[in-house]
Ligand binder design. Structure first.
Ligand code: HEC
Length: 225
């Protein structure tokens, strides 16, 4: 084949250029995103994950929560995420810059968790939240009867209370979910980290710069009417 080299170079250049184009465009759009400073409040957003929440992210990854839960609120008009109250706004790329591995997920057997840290409302205290998450992880049926979310009871210690002070974060389980009399259910370090991570999931800040950039064209036209 006389033109073998030219053919090879042609194919190589085509593949290399399209690969570089794909990568460089994505990098230009997303690679340089950084924290945004609120012009009035002077706060930086998004806040980095706390050390404990960052460990919890690894537990979340490790236990495969991502196989049933997504972390991405879709735009209005692209699904009912906002009507379902999974978030007050769609997710922006900037929301994810604090995470080393973005756990967007791909199938939704359970609800989207991107804003699960505020699902009970602003008035719920941190402890009420933690208790809600712990009970759900220990005995999902106690919070959502009939759910197919598996139990993560192995993230908890069940031990006798005799001869020791009751633990401050022992679960307040009732009826058939309660441990036998004289026993308490206490979260392990992994459960604490996982729950700190779940509590950190809240994209409540709405970036003034992001809305127009991230709203698909058809919707921004509709909004202009
Ligand atoms: C087999 C699929 C499955 C897996 C795996 C799974 N879940 Fe779930 N999860 C569900 C379903 C279904 C629900 C909805 C419960 C209901 O009916 O309200 C749910 C609900 C939840 C909720 C409550 C959300 C809300 O808005 O009420 C949280 C929080 C949660 N899961 C966290 C986790 C975490 C953390 C893990 C990993 C340790 C996990 N899930 C693994 C299926 C799953």
């Amino acid at each position: 084949m006389k033109n073998g080299l030219a053919l090879f170079l042609g194919v190589f250049a085509t593949l290399a250029l399209s690969w570089a184009g794909l990568l460089l465009t994505a990098h230009k759009q997303l690679g340089s995103l950084s924290q945004f400073k609120d012009p009035v409040e002077e706060t930086l957003n998004p806040l980095p994950l706390s050390g404990l929440a960052d460990q919890g992210r690894l537990v979340y990854q490790d236990l495969g929560c991502v196989s049933c839960h997504t972390q991405q609120v879709r735009h209005e008009g692209f699904g009912a995420d906002i009507e379902r109250k999974w978030g007050q706004r769609a997710s922006y790329a900037r929301d994810y810059i604090r995470e080393k591995t973005v756990l967007i997920g791909h199938s939704r057997l359970g609800p989207d968790l991107r804003n699960v840290g505020v699902r009970l409302g602003d008035t719920a205290s941190r402890d009420e939240y933690a208790e809600w998450f712990y009970s759900l992880l220990y005995a999902p049926q106690s919070k959502a009867a009939g759910t197919n979310m598996p139990s993560y009871a192995f993230l908890f210690d069940v031990h006798p209370t005799a001869g020791r002070q009751a633990s401050y974060d022992a679960l307040k389980l009732t009826s058939k979910f309660a441990p036998p009399a004289g026993y308490e259910v206490v979260p392990t370090a992994r459960a604490r980290a996982l729950v700190a991570y779940l509590q950190s999931l809240k994209d409540t800040y709405d970036y003034p710069t992001e809305r127009s950039l991230n709203t698909p064209a058809e919707i921004s036209k509709e909004g202009a009417h």
